[in-house]
Write a protein that binds this ligand. Sequence first.
Ligand code: 2AM
Length: 171
Amino acid sequence: DASVNDRLFFALWPDPDVQARLASLAAAYEGRRVATENLHLTLAFLGLTDTDRRACYERAAQTVPFVPFDLVLTEVQWQRRRGIAWMAARGVPAELTALVSALNDALRKCGFTPEARPFRAHVTLARKVRRGGRVEPDPIRWRVDRFWLVSSQLAPGGSRYTPERCWPTPA
Ligand code: 2AM
């Protein structure tokens, strides 16, 4: 049963409108562009997770305080060394920093080891990009009112991401 060991991560999931705007910026890059419906912002990467651990992560997510916020994505950056193009925000809202920190704290109780590097809010647009630059397009304003547990499936055309559950849980 493939669902016993899913690759999971917590993420902010843009609505289709924001995904389409991100995709139109990704289109400027030659390389392996992230499929429009896969564009997202990772909060915590959990990796291969069994059902017990997953249940613990889901209970942990339930305890995380969430305050809605606007994320304004302002710049597209490209790094030659890693061959990655991504979009980021000049200023990360305090609510987002607090969310990641509370989420990591809650997940620790399930045995999760958070990323040691500081959190850098970004949406990966394309990989294996050999040419690029830094641009400041019209900012993308993204209203964030929940966060998601997402599973990743390997598919012939590349990974496919499925947002599975969100918090705060819809009324
Ligand atoms: P990235 O966009 O910066 O590559 C799904 O793989 C998501 O989890 C991606 O957004 C990816 O970030 C993120 N991620 C973080 N750590 C990862 C890891 N060790 N392996 C794969 N993906 C990771």
